[in-house]
Design a binder for this molecule. Structure first.
Ligand SMILES: [Fe+2]
Ligand SMILES: [Fe+2]
Length: 176
């Protein structure tokens, strides 16, 4: 890792803090979607993605615990906002829920790619974890596209709003 304005330890703390926050948000998004669409035909697909997000979150929960990194103070907000985003998009229909998934996972893909690059040869195990999760997020994006995400009502606006929200959440969770 190239030492930027942050020390190495603070840089890694930021990485783990924001990733734990993001995976918490993801778990809550899929819980919100399940609450609305769980019994519909997309239920099993959403459930599988939800289970993977649960594993991602458990991993980062463990890593921040091991390294004594405090979670973001915004966790209660992501807990609520994630569920609201998941349930809200699902109430607009299955395709809107999938559009939400695609928008979120696109943002996370870029985010994890940037982190992997930032880590370089430092922290190979952490880098591997991030790259594995990135592959799974990309799989979620493909699932969303295969289930008609782009046919959601007002797809470009919906997608842009969610991506902006995610980027803001990332920015905040790295800092607060
Ligand atoms: Fe995830
Ligand atoms: Fe995901």
């Amino acid at each position: 890792m190239t030492p930027g304005e942050l020390g190495r330890e603070e840089a890694i703390a930021r990485i783990l803090r924001v990733d734990q926050a993001g995976e918490l948000g993801a778990v809550r998004i899929y819980q919100g979607q399940m609450a609305v669409l769980g019994k519909g035909c997309a239920g099993p697909v959403i459930k599988r993605m939800a289970e993977q997000e649960r594993t991602h979150l458990e991993t980062f929960n463990r890593l921040i615990g091991e390294r004594h990194i405090r979670p973001t103070m915004l966790s209660p907000l992501w807990h609520l906002a994630g569920f609201a985003l998941g349930a809200g998009s699902a109430m607009l229909g299955e395709k809107a829920a999938m559009a939400c998934t695609v928008a979120v996972e696109e943002t996370i893909d870029a985010h994890y790619a940037r982190q992997a690059e930032q880590l370089g040869d430092d922290e190979p195990a952490l880098k591997q974890t991030i790259l594995k999760f990135r592959d799974e997020e990309n799989e979620h994006r493909r699932v969303g596209l295969a289930h008609g995400a782009t046919q959601a009502p007002a797809y470009p606006a919906l997608s842009a709003a969610i991506r902006t929200g995610c980027r803001l959440a990332i920015w905040l969770s790295e800092r607060v």
